[in-house]
Design a protein around this ligand. Structure first.
Ligand SMILES: Cc1cc2nc3c(=O)[nH]c(=O)nc-3n(C[C@H](O)[C@H](O)[C@H](O)COP(=O)(O)OP(=O)(O)OC[C@H]3O[C@@H](n4cnc5c(N)ncnc54)[C@H](O)[C@@H]3O)c2cc1C
Length: 462
């Protein structure tokens, strides 16, 4: 067994979080080992729309050129369809910014490959293709000391040691359960198809179809391809039972409700395309208490992908983690007590960017998925709130875009929408229907509190 100890940081997983963290730490002069089980270009239906806040994080990491040469499309906003209504919001200019906030969408695999190339290009980062089999601990304490990994084509397993190991092995992490009590929960899956040469009604906008059937997201992932993701609850899938039945379900329930301009391409993709699915999981973050380890990215914290914010959180976490453990504050990562104290601070500081995105994703999902009458009143209110223009949507759009806005502003807008919905509903029902409308309004308020309460509790706990 080969033994090597000359790294400051070991990173497990060269996905979004791991590659970005490897670059950030090596730019600070740390010796980094980045271990990835498969260095081929990933082929997945996840992580294809990067919010403006994620683009900012890439800039901070000096990695914004990873968006070049991959046929990426700028994303300026969202267009929403709800029943027979439509509304658009966009990322408005912000004071103090040099450039207008803009997101980007692309093939996940091409972007990850660029991040990995950037990590390999760092003189003090070593990238190896190997599967981590075990996280090594000090025999007498729980202190993480390194990893044991196995590479295909090599007889021997290898051990590597470093004072800090970053676990960034993604949503299906094999190791997370050793270090956190939380388990990912999922009630639905996104089913994904690629549409060829489909024209979305508004160029450079993501599109969402809500309240007409299953929630649907669409955005360009190259100049010729558009991703469509359809959320299907596990209970529905259990009844459908197999892939052929899902195709039929999508043909009957989804093709008729997407904009006409993409219908032929959707039908063609349903006939000939690759239909794949991924669970839509959520996982609250846990404060790290294991010496020598930090968990990053989806291995640590997940939210429903309806808002497309997982990569933004992961990149911002990588920026913040490297800042927190900057050699100016922590010259020696062997100083475990100091590192753990700093990681305690990291757990709470990261909520400045992650809490709003986590709560927004869960709240939007719970608002738009059920058929509940009270929630439909609020759904309508939401659409009209957006239709009323920038004065209403500028700040929520920045929150959705992962741009710095206090998490308290999310509550403000959430309850502003609830009250606005009630106001519209009372007006619509008129004097004659007032009694029933008042009863329904109370149920809107209760639903609003229930929707936001769960995600809030998750953010407040350790
Ligand atoms: C359906 C769906 C759609 C999504 N869409 C978006 C979107 O549009 N925008 C957005 O921002 N987010 C989106 N997300 C979330 C986003 O994909 C994730 O938040 C992001 O990919 C997390 O990055 P990560 O680095 O934590 O994990 P990953 O990118 O999954 O990277 C983990 C890496 O670890 C490697 N690995 C795992 N185990 C080992 C091991 N034992 N040894 C070595 N290597 C290992 C894996 O091969 C992989 O390369 C979506 C999620 C889903 C489910």
């Amino acid at each position: 067994m080969e033994k090597r100890t000359n790294y400051d940081v070991i990173v497990i997983g060269a996905g979004i979080a791991g590659s970005a963290a490897a670059v950030a730490f090596s730019r600070q002069g740390r010796q980094v080992l980045l271990v990835e089980r498969n260095l081929k270009e990933p082929d997945r239906i996840v992580g294809e729309l990067l919010q403006p806040g994620g683009v900012d994080a890439l800039s901070e990491l000096g990695l914004v050129d990873c968006l070049e040469g991959i046929d990426a499309t700028p994303i300026n906003g969202y267009h929403l369809y709800w029943k027979d209504e439509e509304a658009s919001f966009w990322f408005c200019e912000r004071e103090g910014r040099k450039r207008k906030p803009q997101g980007s969408s692309f093939h996940h695999g091409k972007f990850v490959t660029k991040l990995r190339q950037a990590a390999s290009a760092q003189s003090n980062t070593t990238v190896i293709e190997s599967t981590v089999m075990e996280i090594l601990r000090d025999g007498t304490s729980s202190h993480v000391t390194g990893i044991l990994c196995s590479s295909s084509g090599q007889m021997d397993e290898q051990q590597f040691f470093a004072p800090l190991t970053i676990l960034a092995d993604g949503s299906t992490s094999n190791f997370r359960s050793q270090f956190t009590p939380h388990r990912p929960k999922s009630q639905s899956r996104f089913w994904g198809l690629e549409l060829v040469d489909a024209k979305l009604p508004i160029p450079q906008y993501a599109h969402a179809v809500l309240g007409r059937g299953p929630p649907i997201l669409m955005y360009p992932i190259s100049s010729h391809q558009t991703r469509i993701l359809i959320d299907i609850p596990d209970t529905v899938y259990d009844k459908l039972g197999n892939l052929a039945a899902v195709r039929e379900y999508l043909q009957d329930h989804v093709a008729p409700i997407v904009p006409e301009s993409v219908q032929p391409q959707l039908l063609a993709a349903l006939r000939d395309g690759r239909l794949r699915s991924m669970p839509n999981a959520w996982l609250p973050s846990t404060k790290n208490t294991t010496p020598g380890l930090v968990i990053l990215g989806d291995a640590s914290n997940m939210r429903h992908p309806v808002t497309g914010s997982g990569m933004t959180v992961a990149l911002k976490d990588a920026v913040l983690l490297a800042k927190t453990l900057n050699p100016d504050h922590v010259p020696d990562l062997e100083d475990t007590a100091k590192v753990l104290k700093k990681l305690g601070g990291f757990h709470w500081s990261r909520k400045e960017h992650s809490a709003s995105l986590n709560m927004l994703a869960q709240a939007l999902y719970f608002l738009f998925v059920p058929e509940d009458k009270g929630l439909q009143i609020m759904q309508r209110g939401f659409i009209q709130y957006v239709q009323d223009g920038e004065k209403n949507f500028a700040e929520p759009a920045w929150i959705m875009g992962g741009l710095p806005v206090s998490p308290f502003r999310l509550f403000y807008h959430f309850f502003a929408i609830a009250l606005y919905s009630i106001h519209l509903h009372l007006r619509r029902e008129g004097f004659m229907g007032l009694g029933h409308a008042l009863f329904q309004s109370a149920s809107v308020l209760v639903s609003a509190i229930c929707i936001i309460w769960g995600p809030l509790v998750n953010e407040l706990r350790r």
